[in-house]
Design a protein around this ligand. Structure first.
Ligand code: ATP
Length: 316
Protein backbone atom coordinates (compact mmCIF):
# COMPACT_ATOMS: atom_id res chain seq x y z
CA UNK A 1 0.00 0.00 0.00
CA UNK A 2 1.36 3.47 -0.81
CA UNK A 3 0.93 6.53 1.34
CA UNK A 4 -1.53 9.24 0.31
CA UNK A 5 1.45 11.58 0.77
CA UNK A 6 3.13 10.18 -2.33
CA UNK A 7 4.35 12.80 -4.81
CA UNK A 8 6.52 12.48 -7.87
CA UNK A 9 9.79 13.79 -6.53
CA UNK A 10 11.72 14.68 -3.43
CA UNK A 11 11.37 18.23 -2.15
CA UNK A 12 13.86 20.49 -0.38
CA UNK A 13 11.28 22.89 1.10
CA UNK A 14 10.73 22.71 4.90
CA UNK A 15 7.83 20.60 6.06
CA UNK A 16 5.81 21.13 9.25
CA UNK A 17 4.17 18.13 10.90
CA UNK A 18 1.93 17.71 13.95
CA UNK A 19 1.66 14.58 16.05
CA UNK A 20 -0.57 13.95 19.07
CA UNK A 21 0.34 13.04 22.63
CA UNK A 22 -1.59 10.16 24.18
CA UNK A 23 -3.24 8.84 27.26
CA UNK A 24 -3.61 5.14 28.02
CA UNK A 25 -7.32 5.01 28.85
CA UNK A 26 -6.68 1.51 30.12
CA UNK A 27 -3.29 -0.10 30.67
CA UNK A 28 -3.24 -3.83 31.34
CA UNK A 29 0.24 -5.24 31.99
CA UNK A 30 1.18 -8.92 31.99
CA UNK A 31 4.47 -10.70 32.51
CA UNK A 32 7.78 -9.83 30.85
CA UNK A 33 9.04 -11.96 27.96
CA UNK A 34 12.64 -13.21 27.54
CA UNK A 35 13.70 -9.83 26.14
CA UNK A 36 12.26 -8.05 29.16
CA UNK A 37 9.25 -6.57 27.33
CA UNK A 38 5.93 -6.76 29.12
CA UNK A 39 2.85 -8.11 27.39
CA UNK A 40 0.40 -5.21 27.22
CA UNK A 41 -3.31 -4.87 26.56
CA UNK A 42 -3.80 -1.14 26.44
CA UNK A 43 -6.29 1.32 25.02
CA UNK A 44 -4.52 4.36 23.61
CA UNK A 45 -6.28 7.60 22.89
CA UNK A 46 -4.54 10.33 20.89
CA UNK A 47 -4.99 13.81 22.37
CA UNK A 48 -5.13 17.24 20.78
CA UNK A 49 -2.21 18.16 23.05
CA UNK A 50 0.70 17.35 20.78
CA UNK A 51 4.00 18.25 19.18
CA UNK A 52 4.85 20.25 16.08
CA UNK A 53 8.06 19.49 14.20
CA UNK A 54 9.62 21.35 11.29
CA UNK A 55 12.06 19.41 9.14
CA UNK A 56 14.38 21.72 7.24
CA UNK A 57 16.45 20.19 4.42
CA UNK A 58 19.88 21.59 3.60
CA UNK A 59 20.86 22.22 7.22
CA UNK A 60 23.64 20.93 9.45
CA UNK A 61 21.79 18.03 11.09
CA UNK A 62 21.00 20.06 14.21
CA UNK A 63 18.09 19.58 16.61
CA UNK A 64 16.47 22.61 18.19
CA UNK A 65 13.96 22.05 21.01
CA UNK A 66 11.71 24.97 21.89
CA UNK A 67 8.16 25.56 23.15
CA UNK A 68 6.46 24.99 26.53
CA UNK A 69 8.82 22.15 27.51
CA UNK A 70 11.74 23.32 25.37
CA UNK A 71 14.06 23.69 28.31
CA UNK A 72 13.60 20.08 29.53
CA UNK A 73 16.42 17.55 29.24
CA UNK A 74 15.90 16.33 25.69
CA UNK A 75 18.96 15.00 23.84
CA UNK A 76 20.02 16.96 20.75
CA UNK A 77 22.16 14.17 19.30
CA UNK A 78 21.52 10.92 17.40
CA UNK A 79 19.64 9.52 20.40
CA UNK A 80 16.83 12.06 20.00
CA UNK A 81 13.83 9.99 18.99
CA UNK A 82 12.99 12.28 16.04
CA UNK A 83 16.52 11.92 14.68
CA UNK A 84 16.50 8.17 15.33
CA UNK A 85 13.27 7.89 13.37
CA UNK A 86 14.79 9.67 10.37
CA UNK A 87 17.91 7.47 10.59
CA UNK A 88 15.78 4.31 10.70
CA UNK A 89 13.82 5.49 7.65
CA UNK A 90 17.06 6.28 5.77
CA UNK A 91 18.34 2.76 6.52
CA UNK A 92 15.06 1.21 5.34
CA UNK A 93 14.99 3.14 2.05
CA UNK A 94 18.57 3.86 0.98
CA UNK A 95 19.13 0.60 -0.92
CA UNK A 96 16.73 1.60 -3.71
CA UNK A 97 15.67 5.20 -3.05
CA UNK A 98 17.41 8.58 -3.16
CA UNK A 99 17.30 9.73 0.46
CA UNK A 100 20.04 12.38 0.32
CA UNK A 101 17.51 15.11 1.17
CA UNK A 102 17.19 13.55 4.65
CA UNK A 103 20.87 13.33 5.54
CA UNK A 104 21.46 16.94 6.59
CA UNK A 105 18.02 18.04 7.78
CA UNK A 106 17.62 20.28 10.78
CA UNK A 107 14.75 19.32 13.10
CA UNK A 108 12.94 21.99 15.09
CA UNK A 109 10.73 20.54 17.84
CA UNK A 110 7.98 22.69 19.37
CA UNK A 111 7.65 20.69 22.58
CA UNK A 112 4.16 20.95 24.08
CA UNK A 113 4.08 17.49 25.71
CA UNK A 114 5.86 17.07 29.05
CA UNK A 115 9.11 15.12 28.91
CA UNK A 116 9.16 11.68 30.57
CA UNK A 117 5.58 12.31 31.67
CA UNK A 118 3.92 9.19 30.26
CA UNK A 119 2.20 11.06 27.42
CA UNK A 120 4.46 9.76 24.68
CA UNK A 121 6.06 13.09 23.72
CA UNK A 122 9.28 11.55 22.41
CA UNK A 123 7.28 8.95 20.50
CA UNK A 124 5.13 11.74 19.01
CA UNK A 125 8.32 13.44 17.84
CA UNK A 126 9.41 10.19 16.20
CA UNK A 127 6.03 9.74 14.50
CA UNK A 128 6.07 13.33 13.25
CA UNK A 129 9.64 12.95 11.99
CA UNK A 130 8.70 9.80 10.05
CA UNK A 131 5.75 11.51 8.36
CA UNK A 132 7.80 14.62 7.56
CA UNK A 133 10.72 12.60 6.22
CA UNK A 134 8.33 10.46 4.15
CA UNK A 135 6.94 13.66 2.64
CA UNK A 136 10.44 14.95 1.81
CA UNK A 137 11.34 11.81 -0.14
CA UNK A 138 8.09 11.87 -2.08
CA UNK A 139 6.08 9.33 -0.07
CA UNK A 140 6.68 6.01 1.66
CA UNK A 141 4.47 2.92 1.77
CA UNK A 142 2.41 2.72 4.96
CA UNK A 143 3.74 -0.69 5.97
CA UNK A 144 7.34 0.56 5.71
CA UNK A 145 6.50 3.57 7.90
CA UNK A 146 4.78 1.30 10.41
CA UNK A 147 7.82 -1.00 10.61
CA UNK A 148 10.14 2.00 11.09
CA UNK A 149 7.86 3.30 13.84
CA UNK A 150 7.98 -0.01 15.70
CA UNK A 151 11.78 -0.10 15.36
CA UNK A 152 12.02 3.29 17.12
CA UNK A 153 9.60 2.63 19.99
CA UNK A 154 6.48 0.74 21.00
CA UNK A 155 4.17 3.79 21.11
CA UNK A 156 5.34 5.36 17.85
CA UNK A 157 3.10 3.22 15.62
CA UNK A 158 -0.02 4.33 17.49
CA UNK A 159 0.94 8.00 17.23
CA UNK A 160 1.34 7.61 13.45
CA UNK A 161 -2.28 6.44 13.24
CA UNK A 162 -3.94 8.38 16.10
CA UNK A 163 -7.59 7.98 17.10
CA UNK A 164 -8.33 5.37 19.74
CA UNK A 165 -6.86 1.88 19.47
CA UNK A 166 -6.10 -1.25 21.41
CA UNK A 167 -2.36 -1.93 21.53
CA UNK A 168 -1.21 -5.48 22.26
CA UNK A 169 2.24 -7.01 22.38
CA UNK A 170 4.48 -4.08 23.36
CA UNK A 171 1.64 -1.79 22.26
CA UNK A 172 2.57 -1.97 18.56
CA UNK A 173 -0.07 -4.51 17.48
CA UNK A 174 -2.91 -2.11 16.91
CA UNK A 175 -6.60 -2.51 16.30
CA UNK A 176 -8.87 0.52 16.01
CA UNK A 177 -11.53 1.12 18.65
CA UNK A 178 -14.93 2.57 17.84
CA UNK A 179 -15.68 5.72 19.83
CA UNK A 180 -18.54 8.15 19.90
CA UNK A 181 -18.16 11.87 20.51
CA UNK A 182 -15.32 13.60 22.28
CA UNK A 183 -13.74 12.69 25.61
CA UNK A 184 -12.56 15.56 27.80
CA UNK A 185 -9.43 15.22 29.91
CA UNK A 186 -7.45 17.40 32.26
CA UNK A 187 -3.82 16.34 32.23
CA UNK A 188 -2.11 17.20 35.51
CA UNK A 189 1.62 17.28 34.89
CA UNK A 190 4.28 16.90 37.53
CA UNK A 191 7.52 18.81 37.96
CA UNK A 192 9.10 15.37 38.47
CA UNK A 193 10.03 12.79 35.84
CA UNK A 194 9.50 9.07 36.16
CA UNK A 195 11.59 6.80 33.91
CA UNK A 196 9.36 4.17 32.27
CA UNK A 197 11.97 1.44 32.86
CA UNK A 198 12.00 1.99 36.63
CA UNK A 199 8.21 1.82 36.92
CA UNK A 200 8.06 -1.52 35.06
CA UNK A 201 10.87 -2.92 37.22
CA UNK A 202 8.90 -1.99 40.33
CA UNK A 203 5.76 -3.55 38.80
CA UNK A 204 7.72 -6.83 38.46
CA UNK A 205 8.75 -6.66 42.13
CA UNK A 206 5.17 -6.03 43.21
CA UNK A 207 3.71 -8.71 40.90
CA UNK A 208 6.11 -11.66 40.62
CA UNK A 209 3.36 -13.76 38.95
CA UNK A 210 1.11 -11.30 37.08
CA UNK A 211 -2.12 -12.44 35.43
CA UNK A 212 -2.83 -11.84 31.75
CA UNK A 213 -3.11 -8.29 30.46
CA UNK A 214 -6.71 -7.62 29.49
CA UNK A 215 -8.96 -4.84 28.26
CA UNK A 216 -12.37 -5.09 30.00
CA UNK A 217 -15.31 -5.32 27.57
CA UNK A 218 -16.99 -2.54 29.52
CA UNK A 219 -14.20 -0.13 28.53
CA UNK A 220 -14.86 -0.80 24.84
CA UNK A 221 -18.63 -0.53 25.31
CA UNK A 222 -18.26 2.80 27.15
CA UNK A 223 -16.03 4.17 24.37
CA UNK A 224 -18.46 3.03 21.66
CA UNK A 225 -21.34 4.65 23.53
CA UNK A 226 -19.40 7.86 24.30
CA UNK A 227 -20.24 7.30 27.97
CA UNK A 228 -17.61 8.77 30.33
CA UNK A 229 -19.43 7.59 33.49
CA UNK A 230 -19.26 3.92 32.48
CA UNK A 231 -15.70 4.39 31.26
CA UNK A 232 -14.78 5.72 34.71
CA UNK A 233 -16.11 2.53 36.34
CA UNK A 234 -14.15 0.14 34.16
CA UNK A 235 -10.78 1.63 33.10
CA UNK A 236 -7.59 1.29 35.14
CA UNK A 237 -3.82 1.37 34.92
CA UNK A 238 -1.98 -1.63 36.38
CA UNK A 239 1.17 0.51 36.87
CA UNK A 240 -0.43 2.91 39.35
CA UNK A 241 0.84 1.23 42.52
CA UNK A 242 4.38 1.01 41.12
CA UNK A 243 4.40 4.69 40.12
CA UNK A 244 3.00 5.76 43.51
CA UNK A 245 5.77 3.82 45.25
CA UNK A 246 8.27 6.25 43.68
CA UNK A 247 6.16 9.38 43.95
CA UNK A 248 3.52 9.19 46.73
CA UNK A 249 2.26 12.62 45.65
CA UNK A 250 0.66 10.85 42.63
CA UNK A 251 -1.87 9.24 45.00
CA UNK A 252 -2.49 12.59 46.70
CA UNK A 253 -3.12 14.36 43.39
CA UNK A 254 -5.43 11.54 42.23
CA UNK A 255 -7.42 11.85 45.44
CA UNK A 256 -7.58 15.64 45.14
CA UNK A 257 -8.93 15.27 41.59
CA UNK A 258 -11.61 12.84 42.76
CA UNK A 259 -12.56 15.21 45.56
CA UNK A 260 -12.77 17.99 42.97
CA UNK A 261 -15.30 15.92 41.00
CA UNK A 262 -13.23 14.13 38.35
CA UNK A 263 -14.99 10.99 37.06
CA UNK A 264 -11.73 9.06 36.94
CA UNK A 265 -8.14 9.83 37.86
CA UNK A 266 -5.87 7.79 35.60
CA UNK A 267 -2.12 7.53 35.57
CA UNK A 268 -0.98 8.27 32.00
CA UNK A 269 1.30 5.44 30.82
CA UNK A 270 3.97 5.03 33.48
CA UNK A 271 3.31 8.54 34.85
CA UNK A 272 3.80 10.86 36.57
CA UNK A 273 1.23 12.79 34.50
CA UNK A 274 -2.32 12.03 35.65
CA UNK A 275 -5.29 12.29 33.31
CA UNK A 276 -8.62 13.25 34.87
CA UNK A 277 -11.73 12.33 32.92
CA UNK A 278 -14.38 15.06 32.84
CA UNK A 279 -18.02 14.84 31.85
CA UNK A 280 -17.82 17.64 29.26
CA UNK A 281 -15.88 20.78 28.31
CA UNK A 282 -17.35 22.91 31.14
CA UNK A 283 -16.59 20.24 33.71
CA UNK A 284 -13.02 20.04 32.37
CA UNK A 285 -12.59 23.79 32.77
CA UNK A 286 -13.82 23.67 36.40
CA UNK A 287 -11.55 20.73 37.14
CA UNK A 288 -8.52 22.39 35.53
CA UNK A 289 -8.96 25.49 37.71
CA UNK A 290 -9.17 23.39 40.90
CA UNK A 291 -6.28 21.10 39.93
CA UNK A 292 -4.03 24.00 38.98
CA UNK A 293 -4.20 25.07 42.64
CA UNK A 294 -3.43 21.56 43.95
CA UNK A 295 -0.09 20.74 45.58
CA UNK A 296 1.96 18.40 43.39
CA UNK A 297 0.37 19.64 40.14
CA UNK A 298 2.75 21.52 37.91
CA UNK A 299 0.23 22.38 35.21
CA UNK A 300 -3.38 21.35 34.58
CA UNK A 301 -3.74 21.14 30.80
CA UNK A 302 -7.08 20.51 29.10
CA UNK A 303 -7.07 18.03 26.25
CA UNK A 304 -9.62 16.21 24.14
CA UNK A 305 -9.51 12.92 22.32
CA UNK A 306 -9.56 11.21 19.96
CA UNK A 307 -7.19 13.32 17.84
CA UNK A 308 -5.68 12.52 14.43
CA UNK A 309 -2.30 10.83 14.03
CA UNK A 310 0.86 12.49 12.69
CA UNK A 311 0.12 14.62 9.63
CA UNK A 312 1.68 17.32 7.49
CA UNK A 313 0.25 20.75 8.26
CA UNK A 314 2.41 22.93 6.05
CA UNK A 315 4.77 22.43 3.15
CA UNK A 316 5.73 24.37 0.06
P1 ATP B 1 6.27 6.94 27.14
O1 ATP B 1 4.95 7.34 27.68
O2 ATP B 1 6.24 6.62 25.66
O3 ATP B 1 6.98 5.92 27.95
P2 ATP B 1 7.28 9.43 28.11
O4 ATP B 1 6.24 10.39 27.65
O5 ATP B 1 7.24 9.01 29.53
O6 ATP B 1 7.24 8.19 27.16
P3 ATP B 1 9.27 10.91 26.67
O7 ATP B 1 8.97 12.33 26.91
O8 ATP B 1 8.85 10.34 25.38
O9 ATP B 1 8.71 10.02 27.87
O10 ATP B 1 10.86 10.73 26.84
C1 ATP B 1 11.51 9.74 27.56
C2 ATP B 1 13.02 9.97 27.46
O11 ATP B 1 13.42 9.86 26.09
C3 ATP B 1 13.43 11.36 27.89
O12 ATP B 1 13.84 11.35 29.23
C4 ATP B 1 14.59 11.72 26.97
O13 ATP B 1 15.84 11.50 27.58
C5 ATP B 1 14.49 10.76 25.79
N1 ATP B 1 14.18 11.43 24.50
C6 ATP B 1 14.78 11.19 23.34
N2 ATP B 1 14.25 11.94 22.37
C7 ATP B 1 13.27 12.67 22.91
C8 ATP B 1 12.37 13.63 22.40
N3 ATP B 1 12.34 13.99 21.11
N4 ATP B 1 11.48 14.16 23.27
C9 ATP B 1 11.49 13.77 24.56
N5 ATP B 1 12.35 12.90 25.10
C10 ATP B 1 13.23 12.33 24.28
Amino acid sequence: MTSPLRTDSTTRAPVKVQAPGKINIHLGVGGANDEGYHELATVFQALNLGETLTLVPGGTGSIIVQGRYGDSAVPADATNLARRAVDVLIAALEVDRDVDVLRDIDIVIDKQVPVAGGMGGGSADAAAALVGAAHLVGGVAEDVLHDCAVAVGADVAFLLHGGTAIGRGRGEKLSPVLTRGTFHWVMATSARQLPTRDVYARFDELHPAPGPAEVPDQVLKALAAGDPDTLAESASNYLTEAAVSFLPEIAEVMEAGRAAGALLPLLSGSGPTIGFLARDAHHALDLAVLLQATRGVNEALRATGPAPGAHVVDSR
